[in-house]
Design a protein around this ligand. Structure first.
Ligand code: ADP
Length: 232
């Protein structure tokens, strides 16, 4: 089976005034569909850049990037946006919920933006898996950090993306909420079959994954299977 994500000699160079910043320096990567992959590495090594390129948020400079068979290097900004809406769900460290909308509307809006309209069954399954049934009428400020992140995860997965990209999703949570959020992410990965790619600094978080990619200086240094991956 073709991997759902594949890169070859992927470079990303930012231009900051006259200075060139090579954030990715020839990344070669293959991720199978349904895998849960953690990306680790020191600050500034290119983890977020890799996630943003794979998610179509920023264009690659050169190399090959295939996402579900689509070559991102050949796409216009508009095509990448469409691919992102249809195939990618994002989860961020700071939740990024819309503060004036209830949890319900934060999640439902994602389905509308994705373009296929509202699917009540899918909505219900997602909300139940994330334990949010009783919290739907609340606005983000009325929810705990863990609950806000669960709403953000529901928003990311509700339109059934192929790939969920999570940038330090537990970075703003205490230990207990981190544990809950990780177990739910893993359960979603297992039950819905979405490929999950997650950035973390924390080895305890990475231990939930099937595989850990270690990055340094814009490259993947090595890839390590997690032998006794923590269960959902
Ligand atoms: P990490 O997520 O591992 O901390 P990043 O991908 O955020 O690393 O950053 C990789 C490198 O690219 C760093 O040197 C960072 O300063 C630089 N960088 C990231 N985003 C930009 C940007 N928008 N413009 C210029 N340089 C950037």
């Amino acid at each position: 089976m073709e991997p759902v994500v594949k890169t070859e000699s992927l470079w990303k160079i930012y231009h900051s005034g006259k200075v060139e910043v090579p954030a990715l320096r020839g990344v070669n990567l293959e991720i199978e569909e349904g895998q849960f992959v953690a990306i680790m590495g020191p600050s500034g090594c290119g983890k977020s850049t890799l996630l943003y390129v794979l998610g179509g948020l920023t264009p690659p400079t050169s190399g090959l990037v295939l996402v579900d068979g689509n070559d991102l290097t050949q796409m216009s900004d508009a095509e990448r946006t469409l691919l992102r809406r249809r195939k990618i769900g994002f989860v961020f460290q700071r939740f990024n919920l819309l503060p004036t909308l209830s949890a319900y509307h934060n999640i439902a809006l994602a389905q509308h933006i994705q373009g296929d309209g509202f699917d009540p069954h899918r909505f219900e399954v997602t909300v139940a898996l994330l334990g949010l049934k009783e919290r739907l009428s609340h606005k983000p400020a009325e929810l705990s950090g863990g609950e806000q992140q669960r709403v953000a995860i529901a928003r990311a997965v509700v339109s059934d993306p192929k790939i969920v990209l999570a940038d330090e999703p537990t970075g703003n949570l205490d230990t207990q909420n981190s544990e809950t959020v990780l177990r739910m992410l893993k359960q979603l990965n297992r039950e819905l079959g979405q490929t999950l790619i997650l950035i973390t600094h924390n080895p305890e978080v990475a231990a939930f994954a099937d595989r850990i990619l270690h990055m340094r200086d814009g490259q993947i240094q090595h890839s390590e299977p997690v032998v006794a991956s923590r269960l959902a």
